[in-house]
Design a protein around this ligand. Structure first.
Ligand code: FDA
Length: 583
């Protein structure tokens, strides 16, 4: 029952996944409505590490400056500490998120953007505001209650939580961005692998200015190993910076097989004092809650006209900082495909490539995040504290200082154990190395080839123009401007990159764009052209000859490439585009 409202795409959820889907669709000129259950956006800081791919997406949307204005900058986020408490002894430090000088080179060479920290409470309003300004109809306090779909579209039953009024929204497509307990995913019966609630965890947020203990070792994360820290949770105790250096969030585990702890102010203050090692501290508590660690991903992400994005399809601990980033990237993959179909230049089959491309990513990040949480076990083992508690654990920790064979063995083992944390905190390959294989990519049988000494696909990102890979980064421009390659390939169109001796491609692209109605532009890189390859980085990275061409999709993944200009570039490009668009 209820009145019927019409739109092209209805989005359920205004978190990182939903609000970015709304923003992308609005920027592409697609009518959309975003509904969300609560009266406003996230009310706790939640996700925060924002990786280079997510920042590039914000750059693409023209909101990078807004995000940076509310973020804690790169230089303040990476001196990650392992300690017995914030005021207590240090066990070690690790440069994280690409701040170690040698790794920072990898990060800076790979992207125009660096990793920063912006809590979800700050990011979501930016996304929602920009989506709404760009055209999204945003409806707070509005709940998804179910849907039906047929060949023409989806009818969604919604309820206004202020008035109780129920109405229906008819859309051509529905996006379920309704989080880890997604009703949309349940209603389309998505298949999952893995389990929910494998470990118990609690978040405690509080205010306390502890600058004196941290501003010489600035970081987002301070990991605490002390009695109790090997129970549940995300590997060990965590004191996380929300705002430097007076707003914090503690993550502390509990045994999920026992009764849930009855968290109150007194217990929260006790945990804060223990982890900070400040028994007299009077923190201002701003909230606490219990949550479960999940290890679960969907293997199909869509059913007919309904698609799920974000935590609805991947549920995992915050380790590696992948939750919000991957959610934004799911929507970035899906939105241009919906636009291409709605605007009539791609076949509906293009939409099937969403699962083909993003389901492997969901599996990879869920697996990596959970493995990273478990790998704290290496540090417990090195310290010899596995299974110990209380005074026994304290004594075992003390032993690492001893001039004894056992002490020496612990010190040696710690060196290795700390190394494994690079897989959580400098996993550049996981963050950037997403490679797609689907009908929306014309494979030439190649894959990115790692640089010598950088073989590990989790730690290192391999630059390549192999179809399916992400467009390599290079700075280009002229005497007055400096642009990233990605700036020349905006989300609103397809882009064909070539060099001066690939002159034939421009006409070919013009012809094919007209024939197929595809928004496609050619960018010629070279002296005297729109942009010059300032550092000759593009020439070193493009892998095709100067006369070759690289076809980039709106989401910056390479759809197809030609190693050199063929006799009939128009025919070659037409074949490639009709293939990837399913026409
Ligand atoms: P998200 O959960 O953010 O959003 C879901 C949206 O759907 C909300 O807008 C909600 O209102 C809406 N919704 C749900 N049901 C609805 C219905 N029936 N009708 C209408 N709207 C509906 N990650 C991390 O990296 N570090 C961290 O420290 C934390 N901490 C953390 C704490 C807590 C308490 C939670 C819940 C989550 C985290 N996370 C996290 C995970 C991180 O927040 C998560 O990966 C992203 O928010 C996922 O974004 P989504 O947009 O997919 O879902």
């Amino acid at each position: 029952g209820g009145e019927l409202v019409e739109t092209d795409v209805l989005i359920v959820g205004s978190g990182p996944a939903g609000a970015s889907a709304a923003l992308f669709l609005s920027r592409l000129g697609v009518r959309n409505i975003m509904i969300t259950k609560y009266r406003w956006t996230a009310n706790t800081p939640r996700a925060h590490i924002t990786n280079q791919r997510a920042m590039e997406i914000f750059r693409d949307m023209g909101i990078e400056d807004q995000v940076l204005a509310d973020a804690t900058e790169h230089d303040l986020i990476g001196d990650t500490v392992f300690c017995t408490s914030i005021a207590g002894e240090e066990i070690g430090r690790i440069h994280t998120w690409g701040t170690r000088p040698d790794r920072e080179a990898d990060y800076r060479l790979a992207s125009p953007c660096l990793v920063v920290d912006i809590p979800q409470t700050y990011l979501e309003p930016i996304l929602v505001r920009n989506a709404t300004v760009a055209g999204t109809q945003t409806r707070f306090s509005t709940e998804y209650c179910g849907h039906t779909q047929d060949d023409q579209g989806v009818v969604v039953q919604v309820r206004d939580r202020l008035t109780g009024y129920e109405y229906r929204i008819r859309a051509k497509y529905l996006i379920g961005a309704d989080g880890a307990r997604s009703n949309v995913a349940a209603d389309i019966d998505l298949p999952y692998e893995g389990q929910m609630d494998i470990a118990g965890s609690m978040n405690i947020t509080f205010k306390a200015d502890i600058s004196a203990l941290v501003d010489h070792r600035p970081s987002v994360l301070y990991w605490v190993i002390q009695p109790g820290s090997n129970v549940g949770g995300i590997g060990t105790g965590l004191v996380r910076m929300v705002r430097p250096w007076d707003e914090w969030l503690i993550v502390w585990g509990y045994d999920i097989n026992g009764p849930a702890p009855e968290l109150d102010d007194e217990m929260a203050v006790g945990i804060i004092r223990d982890l900070l090692g400040m028994p007299e501290l009077e923190p201002e508590i701003t909230g606490y809650s219990l949550w479960g660690v999940n290890e679960m991903y969907a293997t199909t992400l869509q059913r007919g006209r309904v698609f799920c994005v974000g935590d609805a399809i991947h549920r995992h601990p915050p380790s590696n900082g992948l939750g919000s980033n991957t959610s934004v990237q799911d929507s970035y993959n899906l939105a241009w495909k919906l636009a291409a179909v709605l605007q009539g230049y791609a076949a509906e089959s293009l939409l099937d490539t969403y699962t083909a491309e993003r389901a492997p990513v969901a599996e990879r990040i869920v697996t990596r995040a959970n493995r990273s949480a478990r790998e704290f076990g290496d540090i417990f083992e090195a310290l010899g504290v596995v299974g110990l508690d209380g005074a026994q654990m304290a004594a075992a920790l003390e032993e690492r200082k001893a001039d004894t064979p056992a002490g020496a063995a612990k010190r040696a083992q710690l060196v290795h154990a700390m190394e494994t944390k690079n897989y959580e905190f400098n996993a550049h390959g996981v963050e950037l190395g997403q490679f797609y294989e689907s009908a929306a990519i014309v494979s030439d049988g190649t894959r990115p080839v790692p640089e010598p000494g950088k073989q590990d696909p989790d730690l290192y990102y391999a630059v390549s123009t192999s179809p399916g890979a992400h467009l390599p980064h290079a700075w280009v421009g002229d005497n007055t401007t400096r642009l990233a390659m990605m700036d020349l390939a905006p989300y609103t169109r397809w882009t064909l990159f070539t060099g001066i001796s690939g002159g034939g491609w421009s006409d070919a692209a013009g012809t094919v764009a007209r024939e197929l109605g595809v928004p496609l532009d050619t960018v010629v890189i070279g002296p005297g052209q729109a942009v010059t390859d300032l550092y000759y980085d593009w020439a070193r990275q493009r892998e095709v000859e100067e006369s070759g061409a690289v076809l980039v999709r709106p989401d910056k993944h390479i759809a197809w490439r030609a190693m050199s200009v063929p006799d009939d570039p128009t025919a070659a490009l037409r074949t490639a585009l009709t293939t990837v668009l399913g026409r």
